[in-house]
Write a protein that binds this ligand. Structure first.
Ligand code: ZN
Length: 309
């Protein structure tokens, strides 16, 4: 399975900043040597691809370092020359995973899922919306028109919802904590607001119900993006939902089963995760990667069977 990363592009945060930027490298290191994974550095996306989603003036402010103080506060990172470089690689890793998933059924970005970024503004540690850029790229290449976003990060996918509002070709599903950031949510095609401490059973029941509704309202998607945030987990300091590690596995397995039943190729992005204990969060993320690998193996076996003499 092809897995893309971009942690060689540093974030350059000031001392004491709360964003856990070291998690990307730590996850890649945990996965190094894992059988059947092809870990690769993601290339930088080109500005033309980014500009299919983001306004040119916003792209120019990110590129040139002319974001206002308020815009930088909203993003949560102060601008430095590394910001545009890293943001383009984050998007590029998702684009590379998209191309791989077309061929192999599933591929991963060890970051990405920057779902708070809107067309003209970043927010919540998101500069560009990698999934939105990849969707426009898929459509522009003629590879897929009807695309589904399954956003199970604990925060609502407000940026993605805003970008695809009124666009019938893209269905956005977001399951999230109702009391969590962003406090002003933007309507997705389907939003499921969950209460604090909602519990494993209620969460998994809500997910089943939501996927049933997606199947009815948006039949035959040609491609999907799964934002597999680790932040609904009980070890997350921002997440509030407090799901067990087993429930996180059941969540991922439910999504992969749903996609497999419908033969929908998908990219998995790791999205959010704000650990109190980094190792515990990495356990959850590695679990997601291994379940994705099982899903990939089913695609591979089916392809080998189809190609057999
Ligand atoms: Zn999140």
């Amino acid at each position: 399975m092809q897995v893309f990363h971009f942690d060689a592009q540093p974030l350059h945060l000031p001392e004491g900043h709360r964003f856990p930027h070291h998690k990307y490298r730590a996850l890649r290191e945990r996965l190094t040597g894992e059988p059947e994974l092809r870990l690769q550095a993601g290339p930088a996306a080109d500005w033309e691809a980014v500009a299919r989603v983001h306004e040119l003036a916003y792209c120019a402010r990110v590129r040139d370092g002319t974001l206002s103080a308020a815009e930088q506060r909203e993003i949560g990172f102060p601008w430095n020359p590394g910001m545009p470089v890293r943001a383009l690689h984050s998007v590029g890793a998702t684009l590379a995973a998209t191309e791989a998933a077309r061929r192999e059924g599933v591929a991963l970005n060890l970051g990405g899922g920057t779902h708070h970024a809107k067309a003209d503004a970043g927010g919540g540690y998101c500069v560009f919306n990698d999934v939105a850029v990849a969707i426009r790229w898929l459509q522009q290449q003629g590879w897929a028109q009807r695309v589904l976003v399954i956003d199970l990060d604990v925060h609502q996918g407000n940026g993605t919802a805003a970008i695809f509002a009124g666009d019938d070709a893209v269905f956005t599903l977001s399951l999230h904590g109702e009391k969590n950031f962003p406090f002003r949510k933007v309507a997705s095609s389907l939003d499921v607001d969950l209460p604090d401490d909602c519990g494993d059973d209620a969460y998994l029941a809500a997910l089943d119900l939501a996927l049933d509704e997606v199947a009815h309202r948006f039949p035959a998607p040609q491609f999907a993006f799964y934002l597999a945030g680790a932040d609904p987990h009980e070890g997350d300091r921002l997440g509030r939902l407090r799901l067990s590690t087993d429930a996180m596995a059941a969540r991922d397995a439910t999504v992969f089963h749903w996609l497999w039943q419908r033969q929908v190729p998908a990219v998995v992005t790791m999205a959010g995760g704000y650990p109190t204990d980094l190792d515990a969060m990495l356990d959850v993320q590695v679990q997601t990667v291994r379940l994705a690998k099982g899903h990939w193996a089913r695609w591979k076996n089916a392809a080998d069977f189809a190609g057999a003499p």
